[in-house]
Design a protein around this ligand. Sequence first.
Ligand SMILES: Nc1nc2c(c(=O)[nH]1)N[C@H]1C(S)=C(S)[C@@H](COP(=O)(O)OP(=O)(O)OC[C@H]3O[C@@H](n4cnc5c(=O)[nH]c(N)nc54)[C@H](O)[C@@H]3O)O[C@H]1N2
Ligand SMILES: Nc1nc2c(c(=O)[nH]1)N[C@H]1C(S)=C(S)[C@@H](COP(=O)(O)OP(=O)(O)OC[C@H]3O[C@@H](n4cnc5c(=O)[nH]c(N)nc54)[C@H](O)[C@@H]3O)O[C@H]1N2
Ligand code: SF4
Ligand SMILES: [Mo]
Length: 745
Amino acid sequence: MSEWKKTFCPLCYHNCGLEVQTAGHQITKVRPDKNHPRTRGYVCRKGLKVAHYQDHKDRLTAPLKRSGDQFIEISWEQAISEIADKLRDIIDRHGPRALAYMGGGGQGCHMEAGFGRNLLTALGSQYHYSSLAQELSGSYWVNGRAYGRQSIHLGPDLDRAKNFLVIGWNGYVSNAGVNRARKRIDAFAKDPEKQLIVVDPLLSETAKRADKHLQLRIGTVALFLKSLIAIIIQEGWENRNFIADHCKDFDRIVPWFRTFDVAAALHVCALDYGEVKDVAGIYATQPTAMRTDLGILMDRQSTMNSYLEMILMAICGRICTPGGNVIPGHLMPLGPHTDERNEKIWRTMETGIPAVLGYFPPNVAPEEIESKSADRLRAMIVSGSNPLRSYADTLAYEKSFKELELLVTLEITMSETARLSHYVLPAKSAFEKWDATFFNITFPEVFFQVRHPCCKSLGTPLEEGEIFTRLGEGLGILPPIPETLSSAAQGNRQAFAMELLQFINQNKEAAKLLPFVLNRTLGKSLDSAHLAAIWGLLMMYPRHAPKELAAAGYEVNPLLGDTLFEELLAHPEGILIGKLDPQNNLERLRTGDGKIHLHIQELEGWVQEVQAEDERAALENSTFPFILIAGRHFPFTANTIMRDPAWNDHKQTCTALINKVDAHALGLDNAREAMITTEASSAKFSLEVSDIPAKGTVIIPHGYGLMYQGKTYGVNVNQLTKNTHRDRLLGTPLHRYIPCRVEKP
Ligand SMILES: Nc1nc2c(c(=O)[nH]1)N[C@H]1C(S)=C(S)[C@@H](COP(=O)(O)OP(=O)(O)OC[C@H]3O[C@@H](n4cnc5c(=O)[nH]c(N)nc54)[C@H](O)[C@@H]3O)O[C@H]1N2
Ligand SMILES: Nc1nc2c(c(=O)[nH]1)N[C@H]1C(S)=C(S)[C@@H](COP(=O)(O)OP(=O)(O)OC[C@H]3O[C@@H](n4cnc5c(=O)[nH]c(N)nc54)[C@H](O)[C@@H]3O)O[C@H]1N2
Ligand code: SF4
Ligand SMILES: [Mo]
């Protein structure tokens, strides 16, 4: 019998532990890993279907170069040298602002981004466009202002919470950001002592389980959050001790809420005053953990919603306190702190949007490419992402990508973006290479897992780290590696660590290219760029987290990183790498004064704009009377990662969902199809009557319109989304609120 190998799922950022059996390049059996230290046997249907990710007929096997409408196979040497020459030429002619890197690691393979980002910055550009900036920019930006670092992202402390308040999150299906989400939701729903409170305009799978479901009108989250805060302040329920000890500028924000007309606001939200007041009372007085997600991040007032969420938590003393929301630990943050008040931080040229956590929003990329500015975007390297299906307004993307002088895509399959590229470079899949992710969704424990290769590759794909290293060499930017360092890498790793330290201390430029140096030294003996970079990260970790390591039982010394590395090789299911002090979570705040900064100048005007009458008027739209929820996640969708329709047993799963009352009013009761029209375009969809959508809303899943073996399956929802329909401050798409029309075809 074939042996079970431990690994983890790359299909969403829950990254469940799996066990697989393999044969050659295929996965033949999958089961949840019951002994996985974090997920303990938790899995969803997608993970059990992961064999379809690993093996299908459109996997890439060799570097490809566009020739007219065709692709021809070329050697790695030719691909690297031609791409490097073209990149060099573009940068020489137009400067580094002409270059962008898009994507970066996706749901399951983050090592690629370390190398891709390093190549980008080494070439002098900061333009990293990422999927994180089409959901979380507003929230990360608020984190930066309120807590001192954009990477300080709070999570619900469910172990110690009495209640669970959910706003715009459907964890029962998405599993997003809460470890073992379904189990946690059920635990709150079933325990008579606890409450699950869900605020969602739709009857989501999570809302169906709630003790209380506040079914607000879609697009009114800001009014709702402002009402909650106003009730708490007007009733005097705020936590005065917490505010006095841990918050700054409470007095400056109070006037925004003191006289706010809550009754009028809740009328627009279509909510009952008494019910909302009950929820405000519960949140203010009982340890209640909160989880929000795309329902508020991609709603009409994205950044504003995140701001109000922070204020609500802070004034009730639910930040870094037991049973509230806490700051988890990590091996490394998901990105650097890029406060735009620092003049070294770039903005986009045409649209003027700053990097947040190092990331630029994909919504503005088409305008940046088509800009008339001399240093417009001209070259793009895409990896681990499929902009031509994933990002808003794929019609605008298609048009603008054709204007690029160079488009290179690193992929495992012939994606829609690969099809438009000048060069397509085959990467090893999640199961063929060493890799890891840096999502941190547990508290107080900090776990880390390295995915060991378990399948053979077909053809000549490489780890992305190796591809980026070769590009760096082709561009002539890698530092010369001294013979002493190369030979040290062949011997004892601890001695190599000393040698490396000496080398980078003497050579500051080389320090900036550390992943490449590691690959060309240790990477040779380990036979993996990614594994060498993981070793480098682990070696740095004890300096950042000595207390957490000690609390997890490790003896902290400068070479502890190497011991952790050995442990990770011996334990493919992952290990505990730290334990935070759950009683002193406030010490993780990073503002200069250690307080939570409540007043954010840039948002003052916007908060005051959120008033009942103006919002009611803004929700009216006679041209587009329906609201499209563009891209809700379903059990049968996995972003654009799963391509072969066999993974859903060839069932037709791409339908537009509408409720019974609307279907009847539109004369569509027995219709099989409907035409949906937005500001961007029109498309025909199979229609399905469902109890999930609210009256006046229609839901289309994300991740369809994918081509497999020359045939397109389902309809791409992003042809209906306009890239200019975005957050006014940071460019996040407003995919959960797209005015539309629903008609007979
Ligand atoms: N099955 C599956 N799971 C996934 C993914 C997948 O593709 N498939 N993708 C993963 C990824 S990348 C992400 S980012 C996460 C996202 O995870 P979620 O954010 O949980 O996913 P959504 O399906 O967008 O659910 C958001 C909820 O917000 C609600 N909502 C919509 N509009 C509003 C509004 O105006 N106000 C309020 N209060 N609520 C609103 C919706 O009804 C829905 O219940 O899911 C991850 N998990
Ligand atoms: N309208 C609408 N659009 C949305 C959303 C929505 O709610 N509505 N949700 C959005 C969200 S939350 C997200 S996170 C994004 C995700 O969008 P993307 O960033 O595009 O991510 P994925 O769809 O997960 O995967 C992209 C590609 O990575 C490739 N890939 C898989 N494994 C590897 C690998 O090991 N190496 C490399 N180099 N490539 C690999 C896959 O083949 C796939 O083509 O989409 C979003 N798009
Ligand atoms: S897709 Fe399912 S199995 Fe895979 S990580 Fe997410 S929740 Fe786990
Ligand atoms: Mo996402």
